[in-house]
Design a protein around this ligand. Structure first.
Ligand SMILES: [Zn+2]
Ligand SMILES: [Zn+2]
Length: 280
């Protein structure tokens, strides 16, 4: 669940004493709401400001002690903490209804953006499960309109709620999002190095026993070897060219041998520099 705490979205402090009254009893379930006003989708970095404006409207226009909802879910799937799990909401219509169920509002409008996005449906689902596990809340699930005269939460959201708030096609629960999450470095080491019996990279003598070795090290090692080979070939070419020059000018054997030795020494130094340079 992508929870945005009150501190993170910059909530104003709720009014006391009413806003601070704890209500920790178990709820029957969760009621889903929409904004019931025009809403235009926006970039996520604008969502916190929108939630702050909702809170201001509930406190300054409605005279409530805080934002009315327990949670607010944006189109990007983030769940903004409103009254949260331990305080009674003021969005369901009356005190009995507020006691009975958590109030989760989607940033979906009565015009403009009227259909929830897939990330948003996942975010609402995450929030419902969070309320059930941590509230606690029972399995009952409905819309604001259940037992109260309102069109909230709009046609699209209400149809989804009546289906039991399923996750959108193709999405999984958050724990299953990353198939690599359960794979350890030791698994990778065993799969890459032990199983295939690859030669250890030149700069890691302990790789055979080092489970922290990464698969990308193969690329680094191959790169180092390719560069080393290129350096040796360049050294050989230089030696042959120098040799041809000296033979053509009639120089004695000692000078030829010295020139070849020098070219080989240069090539070895260059290989050393390349390997260390590549693995730094
Ligand atoms: Zn509502
Ligand atoms: Zn957002």
């Amino acid at each position: 669940m992508k929870l945005v705490t009150r501190a993170q979205w910059g909530a104003r402090a709720y009014r006391t004493p009413n806003g601070a009254t704890p209500y920790g009893r178990a709820r029957k379930g969760v009621k889903v709401h929409y904004l019931g006003a025009p809403y235009k989708d926006r970039a996520h970095d604008k969502c916190a400001a929108y939630v702050r404006s909702l809170q201001a409207s509930h406190m300054d226009d409605n005279g409530w002690s805080d934002i009315g909802y327990s949670f607010v879910v944006c189109t990007h799937g983030y769940s903004f903490e409103g009254r949260g799990l331990k305080r009674r909401n003021s969005a369901n219509g009356n005190t009995t209804l507020n006691d009975e169920n958590y109030a989760v509002c989607a940033l979906v409008g009565s015009s403009g953006l009227t259909t929830p996005t897939d990330p948003q449906l996942n975010g609402i689902r995450d929030t419902i499960e969070y309320c059930r596990e941590k509230g606690p809340a029972g399995d009952w699930l409905g819309g604001h309109r259940d037992g109260y005269a309102t069109t909230c939460p709009g046609a699209a959201l209400y149809a989804w709620v009546q289906e039991g708030a399923p996750r959108p096609n193709g999405s999984t629960t958050p724990e299953e999002d990353d198939p690599m999450a359960a794979i350890t470095k030791t698994d990778i080491f065993n799969a890459v190095w032990k199983t295939d019996g690859l030669a250890a990279p030149a700069d890691a003598a302990d790789v055979k026993t080092n489970p922290n070795w990464q698969p990308q090290s193969i690329l680094r090692d191959i790169q180092a070897r390719v560069r080393a080979n290129a350096a040796v070939e360049a050294g050989q070419s230089a030696a042959i060219a120098r040799l041809a020059q000296l033979v053509g000018s009639g120089v004695d054997t000692t000078a030829v041998v010295a020139a070849v030795q020098q070219a080989i020494t240069d090539a070895v130094i260059k290989v050393d520099v390349d390997i260390n340079g590549a693995s730094a």
